[in-house]
Design a protein around this ligand. Structure first.
Ligand SMILES: [Zn+2]
Length: 382
């Protein structure tokens, strides 16, 4: 099964208008249950309904999707009037378009209509179905058809596939970031991927058409064919977000080439985010990012390893929990690097490659078990 990413939580967070300085207050604050706190509700449901979308039945028409993406662009540009007009057009074409109700909720909230906003979010969640396995197979088949007849170009470490001459510039741009990631991870691990990694470049629309992917999904790595698929556009986070997107997916491909066996989900996703954000020129980047994650997840229910594994692998939980599982995984990878040294990932990989199982390799590299590290993180956040 391909991993479906949440892209960059922070950028997505900003994308939906709850960025940076604004703090997500915890659900515990008002004594209400999970989802009672409005902002918390926004954060998780606005962000997390979407990743499930690619696993959901393709019920929206391309036209409705087109209007919704225009509405979101208008919302981003704070042109709320235009956002409402485009949104109405999307809902007219597709009355059961779950994502459209998220934006509706955001717009209602902007107008101060908190109850109506809450109802719109609830409706979005109600509309979001779970994916039947058959539907996913169908979508994937459809996607692979779109991937035929691509232009191909070989670079020293990557094999790129894209749609004709008009995407050549984007492909070259992507290779720049990919080469950076290649060199950075290669030097951290003291080893380079033995084989060229294939990266397929999509525009937003192609990506949407091919994978029925949520509009902000950045890309994913498919273990089964070892290829990275990534959407090249102008993400709200700009070039930084583009770079993180490529680094995240590259990390999956890199680790998979070094160690093709199964690894725990928290490790795969946490480490991909870790290297996506790594910034060797800022010696405080780990503290800054960890603090950001602490604030974002404050008040949210804590998950243990088994729960994270289950949620990321099966995507069968409410959307908010899926998002939370990614955030917690990233926090753990960061925390371990902060407390036990940055080389824990390369060292763990080395132990794995010489035959240890994950639990032992982690203990050899870090000194404690993953569960103990998780517990230390939880306590440090209390
Ligand atoms: Zn990932």
């Amino acid at each position: 099964m391909p991993y479906v990413e949440v892209g960059s939580p922070t950028e997505t967070f900003r994308h939906w208008g709850f960025g940076g300085r604004q703090r997500c207050s915890g659900v515990g604050d008002d004594g209400g249950g999970f989802g009672e706190n409005l902002r918390f509700y926004f954060l998780f449901f606005a962000l997390c309904l979407l990743p499930c979308r690619s696993f959901a039945e393709a019920s929206h028409s391309a036209e409705a999707a087109h209007y919704l993406s225009k509405a979101i662009a208008a919302y981003d540009a704070e042109d709320y009037g235009a956002a409402k007009t485009e949104l109405a057009l999307a809902l007219e074409r597709e009355p059961n378009f779950a994502e459209a109700y998220i934006l509706k909720g955001l717009l209602l909230n902007h107008d101060g209509q908190a109850d109506e906003a809450r109802a719109a979010f609830k409706h979005a969640v109600d509309l979001n179905p779970r994916l039947p396995e058959k539907m996913r197979e169908h979508l994937e088949q459809q996607a692979h058809e779109v991937e035929q007849n691509l232009t191909e170009e070989d670079f020293s470490h990557f094999h790129l596939q894209f749609h004709g001459a008009d995407q050549r510039a984007e492909a070259w741009e992507a290779v720049k970031y990919l080469d950076d990631a290649y060199n950075y991870l290669g030097s951290q691990f003291g080893i380079f991927p033995p084989e060229k990694i294939t990266v397929i470049i999509f525009s937003t629309e192609e990506f949407w058409d091919a994978w029925n992917a949520p509009m902000w999904l950045g890309g994913f790595f498919d273990k089964r064919d070892g290829k990275v698929r990534v959407r090249i556009d102008n993400p709200p986070g700009g070039n930084d977000e583009m770079q993180r997107r490529l680094r995240h997916e590259f990390t999956h491909a890199f680790i998979h080439q070094l160690y093709p066996n199964d690894l725990p989900m928290w490790f795969q996703e946490g480490v991909a985010q870790y290297y996506a954000y790594a910034n060797p020129s800022d010696s405080f980047w780990k503290d800054t990012r960890l603090e950001e994650l602490r604030k974002t997840t404050q008040g949210a229910p804590w998950m243990d390893m088994a729960k994270i594994q289950d949620i990321i692998a099966k995507k069968n939980a409410p959307p908010g929990y899926i998002y939370l599982a990614y955030l917690e995984s990233e926090a753990l990878a960061l925390y371990v690097a902060k407390e036990h040294g940055e080389s824990w990932v390369p060292s763990l990989l080395e132990h794995l490659r010489s035959g240890s199982n994950f639990e032992d390799a982690f203990k050899q590299a870090v000194g404690v078990t993953p569960a103990a590290a998780m517990e230390q993180l939880r306590q440090s956040w209390e």
